[in-house]
Design a binder for this molecule. Structure first.
Ligand code: NCD
Length: 314
């Protein structure tokens, strides 16, 4: 296994990681991907640790992917989801988490609808925290698995042109991707309806392209975002039909381009809105490869943070 140490005690945001940390995670994930292709897809690295997956918000891929990654590393795993728990009886977040930790838990994987939840917990409890998505803030392991997939497909990240398409304003996947890809040397631009783009993207160094067709012509990889209906208290779009017309990606649109694109999506897909099925299931889609890589990338993150529990940084 590649050796090296992360510079952080938790994985809360890509913003906290150095380029070295990102490289270390991706290289460690290469080795875990290889483990996943062995007849016995399991290693004993985390057999001394207990991990709790705390999901206060819905999830399919991320929750299963973390749980599988933990089990493939031989950790003991417990799962919590807020529906059916004492949260519905009015228990506070800190109380819920402290009670769970009293059962001797080493690491928490946390998803919550509120941005900042993971940082709040990291300041208050004595366990390593991994952010599995906090509100519209960050989703660092999704960005890492996206970067891993781009590198696998393109052979490199430096200089690769990546376009984030759609609801950037409400997307934690977009925020983490922008910072992660830039740190790894990719060129990142953004397109989407003006109402769904945060106002300071250009000041932050991420050029905005107005027209989808020009933006698609520019990029090597299009990472397509889901419209985050659950975070939209006001109506940002006239209709989904209009969104699909101007920013939805279909086969006809891709056939007009001078070169093929890699198509990514973090899931779940709104089929017929941001992506038509002829693209989502088409030859250039790497959506299921992203899911496969997610397990290896999460194994890498868990393994590197576990290493820190045993050899704490000062
Ligand atoms: C994303 C999420 O929940 O942030 N999904 C995921 O983790 N794969 C993206 C989304 O919900 O659109």
């Amino acid at each position: 296994m590649k050796t090296g140490t992360l510079s952080t005690r938790h994985l809360i945001a890509i913003k906290d990681l150095s380029e070295n940390d990102l490289d270390l995670i991706l290289q460690t994930a290469d080795q875990f991907l290889e483990v996943l292709y062995r007849p016995v897809r399991k290693v004993p690295s985390l057999r001394d640790l207990t991990i709790a997956n705390l999901f206060f918000e819905n999830s399919t891929r991320t929750r299963l992917s973390f749980e599988l990654a933990e089990k493939r590393l031989s950790a003991d795993v417990v799962n919590f989801s807020s529906s059916g728990s004492s949260v519905s009886k009015g228990e506070t977040l800190s109380d819920t988490v402290r009670n769970i930790l009293a059962m001797k838990i080493d690491m928490l994987v946390v998803r919550h609808a509120h941005a900042g939840t993971c940082r709040y917990l990291a300041d208050r409890v004595d366990a390593r925290i991994i952010n599995a998505g906090d509100g519209a803030h960050e989703h660092p392991t999704q960005a890492l698995l996206d970067a891993f997939t781009i590198r696998q497909k393109m052979g490199r990240l430096r200089g690769v042109k990546v376009l984030m398409v759609g609801d950037v304003l409400h997307s934690r996947v977009a925020m983490s991707n922008l910072f992660c890809l830039r740190k790894l040397g990719a060129e990142v631009r953004v397109t989407g309806p003006a109402t769904l783009l945060p106002p300071h993207l250009e000041d932050m160094g991420f050029p905005v392209m107005q027209r989808l067709d020009e933006a698609l012509e520019w990029c090597d990889v299009a990472n397509v975002l889901r419209i985050q209906h659950e975070r939209q208290a006001i109506r940002y779009l006239p209709s989904l039909r209009e969104y699909a017309l101007y920013f939805g990606i279909n086969k006809a649109r891709l056939q007009k381009l001078s070169h093929p694109l890699v198509i990514m999506h973090p899931g779940p897909i709104n089929r017929g809105v941001e992506l038509q099925s002829d693209v989502a299931d088409g030859p250039h889609s790497v959506i299921l490869q992203q899911v496969e890589n997610g397990v290896a990338v999460r194994m890498a993150v868990l393994y590197l943070l576990a290493d820190q529990i045993r050899n704490p940084i000062s």
